[in-house]
Design a protein around this ligand. Structure first.
Ligand code: FAD
Length: 295
């Protein structure tokens, strides 16, 4: 099933992101995660590709295929191209096709210090164009409500987002953000620039001070005062901070729903307890929005 079609059938598409287990853990450990997620109502499951520097790329296709064929859940397989040759990408596409996986989140990937950058694909839209020419895949792209850290301006970044759409991206998932106001400004600008594809928002539940420090370092996300205050007040207590982070994410989602967001994608960090608690907080609301949408 093409995930982009879901946005026509539903008012709010709801999904989770997981990452593959490290190479020194057996691939079967993912079964536990998948069995738990299976019980949480959602539309699809995305699987990261070598994110966080760990070399587990080879596992992404296998896990996406397991999600589809064993659990009957729609997978979105992430794919990056920064260090890849065309032949390597062709092999990944063949493996995805063999595994019955049709949805790909196509990205450039982060520039790691010291890695050799192959020039077959300079930007994500070169990869999208390549996948589109190969045929048979539904392509998604990443977008950045606060601008990608390397880009000279948000306006330029949105122009490149439009280029992704022109090269085959049929829907987008945002980088995490914590201030909905920034997303509303971004989506208005994107629509004015000609981006018509659905945009699903990525929500990261914050459960520790260490986690937020890493996020700010990697993505440059702005932290609103309300979230800083929660971290200052509850950051020293794991349970209290987890609860406060879940409440913050829930309120963020409720505000987005009230403002007609097209989809919510939860960055689960493979933490099933948090995915479950957030889903329980909002599933009736999303269900009702989707039911009234169908009339
Ligand atoms: P691009 O679209 O290629 O953009 C990269 C930069 O180049 C931007 O600053 C853009 O503005 C600029 N640019 C684009 N075109 C031009 C041009 N013609 N001239 C000059 N500048 C230009 N990383 C992983 O490794 N694995 C994952 O699984 C993964 N999952 C992700 C999921 C989501 C939802 C998001 C938001 C990010 C994810 N990432 C992942 C991180 C992503 O790979 C990085 O953010 C990466 O640095 C950029 O990828 P991109 O596809 O947006 O790049």
């Amino acid at each position: 099933m093409e995930i982009s079609k879901l946005f026509k059938e539903k008012k709010i598409v709801y999904s989770f992101e997981i990452f593959p287990p490290k190479l020194n853990s057996p691939i079967e450990v993912i079964y536990d995660t998948l069995s738990h997620l299976e019980n949480l109502k959602h539309d699809y499951l995305s699987v990261t590709y070598g994110a966080g520097g760990s070399d587990v790329k080879s596992r992404t296709c296998d896990i996406a295929s397991i999600i589809k064929n064993k659990y009957n859940i729609e997978p979105l397989s992430h794919l990056t191209c920064i260090n890849s040759k065309k032949d390597e990408v062709r092999q990944v596409l063949d493996a995805l096709r063999d595994g019955n996986v049709t949805n790909i989140l196509a990205m450039r990937g982060d520039k790691q210090p010291g890695t050799i950058v192959a020039d077959d694909f300079k930007f994500s839209y070169h990869l999208m164009d390549f996948i589109a020419r190969n045929g048979g895949f539904n392509i998604a792209g990443a977008c950045y409500p606060e601008g990608h850290p390397e880009c000279e301006s948000l306006t330029k970044d949105i122009e490149y987002m439009k280029k992704k759409q022109d090269c085959g991206a049929e829907f987008f998932i945002t980088q995490m953000f914590f201030d909905n106001g920034l997303f509303y400004e971004f989506i208005n600008k994107a629509r004015k620039t000609g981006v018509t594809a659905p945009v699903q928002v990525g929500i990261m539940p914050i459960t520790s001070t260490k986690q937020i420090e890493r996020i700010v370092y990697l993505s440059g996300a702005r932290i609103p005062q309300k979230l800083s205050k929660l971290l200052a007040r509850y950051g020293s207590n794991k349970e209290a901070m987890t609860q406060a982070g879940i409440i913050y994410a829930t309120e963020q989602i409720m505000d987005l729903v009230e403002n007609n967001v097209q989809g919510i994608h939860i960055y689960t960090m493979n933490n099933l307890n948090i995915a479950r608690r957030i889903t329980e907080n909002i599933n009736s609301v999303i269900s009702m929005e989707n039911t009234s949408y169908l009339g």
